[in-house]
Design a protein around this ligand. Structure first.
Ligand SMILES: [Zn+2]
Length: 339
């Protein structure tokens, strides 16, 4: 920090000084630069703890971290090889390690490239590169492919939602008026899950004039793993959310919903706010409630049928739908985010 400041001052000073002086300083700067370069090549490696899984072998793990298989063995001698699943091994990587995740965004309503880029946080050039056949504007219901790069040591979901763990879990913060956290100790997610939940609620609050705070159930526990009574909710990607009731009072507990006690319009906007983030893998919802939202979206919101048929399992039983019927989701819906 101070060295940089000194460099900047030196450059400024030299600019203000005579040519002779400038030449001297410039030489000195060159020397500094050379030293810096040398330092970079001998810098301290990045240290990572990696949890070995059944699917791993030395080759694939070595590749992730740009190291040699023998190095991994040498650094973890005391663990004994082959490593057992769940063993935490240490790795000294020469560079910061990233993972690239391939993802899909189903266009919710006709959009120009720049709006898509903004929504999925990438550039228009990238969208063109990853989807060479695509033309702007893109019609509702079209699937756009994109890639996301995340640091290996950032908070992350390990394993699967029904057999996994949460690393570096982040707790859902309190937001008065937006939602009510039923069990804050079971409301940890990956950093991206938590960010997406807040973004979706922010979208929702901008869209509807008035809404009771929404009841939030389980996400995951701090380090993930089994969370009673669920099968999933293990790796920080799942969240249970109450439907919007047609009163202005928040729900006190999850209650079975129907066309009489649910605010269909507001629930549609809440669901649509999540979908618009483009990072939802599934939403589990009872089919009779899917019907109410589907019909509302067509009749009142003028959303395209192409989009809705891709997103809802209702009415065609689309097996690739995001919104799926699974038992137990008549009193709350369940959002599963992409990792
Ligand atoms: Zn759930």
């Amino acid at each position: 920090m101070y060295r940089n400041l000194f460099l900047i001052l030196a450059i400024l000073f030299s600019l203000l000084s005579s040519e002779n002086l400038y030449a001297k300083k410039s030489k000195k700067n060159n020397k500094n630069r050379k030293e810096k370069k040398k330092k970079e090549s001998t810098r301290i490696p990045f240290l990572y703890w990696y949890t070995w899984t059944k699917a791993d072998n030395l080759g694939n793990v070595a590749k992730i971290f740009s190291v040699k298989p023998e190095q991994i063995k040498a650094w973890n001698k005391e663990q004994g090889f082959p490593f057992k699943p769940e063993t935490k091994i240490i790795i000294y990587a020469p560079n910061k390690v990233y993972r690239t995740l391939k993802q899909k965004y189903i266009i919710p309503s006709k959009m120009e490239f720049d709006e898509i880029a903004k929504n999925i946080k990438t550039s228009v050039e990238n969208i063109k590169k990853w989807n060479p056949k695509l033309k702007s504007p893109v019609k509702s219901g079209v699937t756009v492919i994109y890639y996301r790069k995340i640091g290996f040591d950032e908070s992350r979901a390990e394993g699967t939602p029904s057999n996994g763990k949460l690393i570096g879990g982040v707790q859902l913060p309190e937001r008065k008026g937006w939602y009510i956290r039923r069990t804050p100790e079971q409301e940890y997610g990956t950093e991206s899950t938590i960010r997406l939940i807040i973004a979706a609620f922010s979208r929702y609050r901008n869209k509807v004039e008035k809404s009771p705070p929404i009841l939030i159930g389980h996400i995951s526990s701090k380090e993930g793993g089994y969370l009673s009574p669920h099968q999933s909710h293990q790796n920080g990607l799942d969240i249970d959310i109450g439907y919007v009731p047609n009163t202005n009072k928040p729900l006190e507990g999850f209650i079975e919903m129907n066309e009489k006690n649910m605010d269909i319009e507001k629930t549609w906007h809440l669901i649509f706010s999540f979908l618009k983030e483009g990072r939802v893998q599934y939403i589990f919802m009872k089919d009779s409630l899917q019907k109410l939202l589907y019909e509302h979206a067509i009749d009142k919101e003028k959303v395209s049928r192409t989009y809705l048929n891709k997103v809802f399992q209702y009415p065609n039983g689309n097996s690739e739908a995001i919104i799926k019927h699974t038992p137990g989701h008549g009193n709350h819906f369940h959002v599963r985010f992409l990792p």
